[in-house]
Design a binder for this molecule. Structure first.
Ligand code: PEP
Ligand code: CO
Length: 467
């Protein structure tokens, strides 16, 4: 049975949380309206049960131990406007198709986590934006204000937090129905991958892996066996826990364990811009027992990483803490090793995940924010190189993607160019890999994972030697 938290954990006022400075919070214009909204949220049912959060934590413990791989992906910013059933379905299918490819290559289970059902608030690098001489407050995600570039729409409205709750709840309902209807079947995902290969300019490159997956599925069908990793169960949701008014109001205490948890999603992460050690987000996250992530950019020092572990995972709970590194393709090979080495030296076990998106954003000649597919792939390659070199586990990827044929990132098998960006650019924030680019990425990352699996087999053989 869930009980509400004591008031002390729910005290929020613009700019601070329990006396700690809270970065990137909206200035809500009407405190009474905000209080009404948070009061309503505080008495609303949890969106996810604690038992599922604990289940994900256990799966992530497997990632930290090197026995599983995490695939985390979805929109940069979800938007309101009713659940787009097709778009969410396409996104889930894309993630499931990717996970089939990665599972086979990794030969270990793939933990599937959407950036989904809660990803409605965005940290921004500037508080305002200027367009044709007009300066307005920046768009901070549908949870805060509106995307249209008008003064009215850019005013933060706390009632949007109620819509965030409702949209998250509706999306989750649809995800649950989708999974319950058996759509996670590997065979079906593989058939879709086959269709993708046929239509893909890079298809020939992927044939060998697809053939090997065919044989494995044939073997499963014939024998009823389930090779290692082929476990289609479980799909979890995650978002950046940015808005402390929202997250605090949805924090519940599990009466049976006494643990507080964020009931807004299974996993929450702290963004690169809000992870100050003495800031409000780190303080809030230290109170909740969910599995959590922290984004680490190229300026992160080893000392900061170690202090974050001490603050956020003082009891060293397996699966509790995931570091999501987003270094950029030019920096990953030099910025990541000192962090991984320092953490490994303490014996702390975190899951290391690569976000190859946020360090590789560029501006196209048209002014669109975009990313080059090859840069994204190169950061993932660098991430694997570092972990292989250090003998640590490259635990997963965190990708901004959609299941639709948008044109937001350039490159990939379809060779989307700068001139194509205007054709179908739909993101309200960062550019996402489209369905083709996402599957291209999975097939190409599969090569890196095959090497990881070979190294793992090699090291377990030598660990077994009795000399
Ligand atoms: C994001 O994940 O959309 C994001 C803003 O990331 P970061 O905190 O790494 O910049
Ligand atoms: Co983003």
């Amino acid at each position: 049975m869930d009980t509400l938290l004591p008031d002390a954990l729910r005290t929020v006022s613009s700019g601070s949380w329990n006396g700690r400075p809270a970065a990137q919070q909206p200035t809500w214009p009407d405190p009474i309206a905000l209080e009404n909204v948070t009061g309503h949220l505080a008495s609303s049912p949890p969106l996810v049960p604690w038992s599922e959060c604990a289940q994900l934590r256990d799966r992530l413990a497997g990632v930290a131990r090197g026995e599983a791989f995490l695939l985390q992906g979805g929109d940069c910013a979800e938007t309101f406007g009713g659940v787009n059933v097709d778009a969410v379905g396409d996104k889930l299918n894309t993630l499931l198709q990717m996970s089939t490819i990665l599972t086979y290559a990794a030969a270990i289970p793939v933990v599937k986590v959407g950036r989904l059902a809660g990803q409605y608030a965005k940290p921004r690098s500037k508080p305002t934006e200027t367009c044709e001489g007009v300066t307005l407050p920046v768009y901070r995600g549908d949870a805060v204000n509106g995307f249209p570039f008008t003064p009215e729409s850019r005013i933060p409205d706390p009632k949007r937090l109620l819509r965030m709750y409702q949209s998250s709840s509706d999306t989750l309902d649809w995800v649950r129905a989708f999974i319950a209807d058996g759509n996670t079947d590997f065979r079906q995902a593989h058939e879709w991958n086959r269709a993708f290969i046929e239509g893909s300019p890079l298809g020939e490159q992927y044939e060998g892996l697809a053939d090997r997956i065919d044989h494995t599925l044939e073997f499963m069908r014939a024998t009823g066996a389930r090779p290692q990793g082929f476990d289609s169960s479980g799909f979890f949701v995650s978002h950046e826990g940015l808005l402390l008014d929202y997250e605090s109001a949805l924090t519940r205490r599990d009466a049976s364990t006494g643990h507080a948890y964020a009931s807004s999603g299974h996993m929450l992460w702290i963004g690169e811009r809000t992870r100050e050690l003495d800031g409000a987000h780190v303080a809030y996250f230290s109170h909740i027992a969910n599995p959590i992530g922290v984004k680490l950019g190229p300026a992160t020092t080893a000392d900061t990483a170690l202090r974050l572990i001490d603050r956020l995972d003082p009891d060293r709970i397996p699966g509790r803490l995931t570091f999501i590194t987003r270094m950029g393709k030019d920096k990953v090979r030099e910025s990541l090793p000192p962090l991984v080495e320092a953490v490994a030296a303490t014996g702390a076990r975190v899951a290391w995940i690569c976000d190859p998106m946020h360090g590789n954003t560029i501006e196209a000649p048209s002014g669109h924010k975009t990313r080059r597919f090859d840069d994204v792939l190169d950061e993932v390659r660098g991430f694997f190189e570092v972990h292989h070199e250090l003998g640590t586990h490259p635990g997963g990827i965190h990708v901004e993607l959609t299941g639709n044929d948008v044109t937001e990132c350039v490159g990939g098998g379809q060779e989307i160019g700068f001139a194509d960006l205007a054709f179908r650019y739909e993101s309200t924030c960062d550019p996402r890999l489209n369905r083709h680019q996402s599957l291209d990425l999975a097939f190409l990352v599969a090569d890196f994972l095959t090497e990881t699996a070979a190294r793992r087999r090699g090291s377990s053989k030598s660990a077994g030697c009795a000399d």
